[in-house]
Design a protein around this ligand. Sequence first.
Ligand code: HEM
Length: 490
Amino acid sequence: MTLHLADEEIIHTHPGSITSSTYESPHIWWFTTLSILVSLLVLEQVVYRFKKRHLPGNNWTIPIIGKFADSLRPTMENYKSMWNAGPLAVTSVFNIFIVMASDNEYSRKIMNSPTYAVPCLVQSAKTIMGERNWIFLTGQEHVDYRKGLNVLFTRKALGMYTAVQDAVVRRHFADWIADSNDSKPAAKPIMWTVRFLNMDLSLNVFCGKHIPDYAKREIFDKYWLVTRALELVNFPFAFPGTKVYRAKKTVEMATEWLRKASASSREAMAKGGQSECLMDEWMKAMSDPTYKSKHRKEFSDQEVAMSVFSFLFASQDAMASALIFGFQLLADHPKVVAKLRGEQERIRHGDFEAPLTLELMDEMPYLQATVKEVLRLVSPVTMVPYTATRDFPLSENYTVPAGSMVIPAYYPSLHDPKVYPDPDSFIPERWLDPNGTANTNPQYFLVYGSGPHRCIGQEYANISIGVVLATLVVMFDMEHEITLDSYKIE
Ligand code: HEM
């Protein structure tokens, strides 16, 4: 103590050095900083409580980070417990206030209220896809752009895509059979095999012969870098070495191939070539005089490329998930396979060499029911985050504050026992009765979303999955080596 005081004395009296006021200032500085911090932390809790009001959710938020740990490792169990907490429930991550809607009516209201809420992709998406990509458009601009894309999904176009898909699926399956060892069959993981099939299907339908096989392979090999960079939590800037940087480079590479394909298609169609893929359909539609007279949008090769990449971006993971679970569910349900085979034999008169057509598929209700049931039971998309652009009166007694994230969930609707009795079982038959609850409540089938941003490729996706599963059951017998992770959804 004495020594301490003596030291102080020396410091205080040293000419021209530390004065008593500067000696006290660190204390004041610490006190002020601490007071500001404590006030901010209290304010954070007050704002959270104010926004939360009576809704279920934690009464306090973890300071600064909120439920960040949960968002790093999201699990279905955590989501289910939030959905079970009530029709609306709240949480917060890094001060982003989040309202989760599990109720069907609220979920649809969010997706159908474009003046209050717009889709919000993960932070890194704009960096990777480019700010100018149409998928970031909202309001009237989005509606107008999307109208221009409808020519790609007409019944006539879908019929042509079916023929392409049939040929690609047969080629892949023939390769699988050639690669298998008949004398010693063994279980093989299918994720990458199916992902490649899916990418090849997409690129053949979208670009046909306008893209070389080695470019398709390059896009497939690198596409996973895009999926990885779109995880919920990622460093959002494209600095060399980051996931986002590698994804951006992949998008640039793929878009350049797609731009070349668009130019090639434009040239071929201008010379009167026959339409054999989505890009050809697009060029034909744009060169039709009635197209121009309706003041429809003209798309440049770059815009075609960016839009086609948006189709890959929107579909690769969802389609791969649907196909992989489709394979798995069929392998686990031999009675369903037997019914599918029966239907194939009946409608195709046992001639499986003749290609599948849209007209034939129209006559296959059991195939259509199976596709719907795969998508319902293991929906590739369980929810889509939106942002409230202004105060959003979502329910009679709750208004979502502007700036909040508001997340319509699909899973609870798709597993609602009132509409889908025994919801966790795989029962394609539930779709066969036109008066059954599944068919009389189409608003519960949220697999493809709802509202102005609902999936533009939904019919195309249903047909794709149908072609793959129909060909699978007539070409293969299946066995599933079940693992602990087989039905785990991450
Ligand atoms: C099983 C496969 C698929 C599933 C489950 C699926 C699901 C979805 C969902 C849930 C949305 C968002 C809806 C919303 O925000 O309300 C969406 C949007 C979209 N999907 Fe799909 N999709 C699939 C396949 C495809 C395919 C094959 C394509 C392209 C050919 C595609 C293109 C798109 C596009 C472009 C959007 C954005 C639409 C917009 O913002 O206007 N999807 N999809």
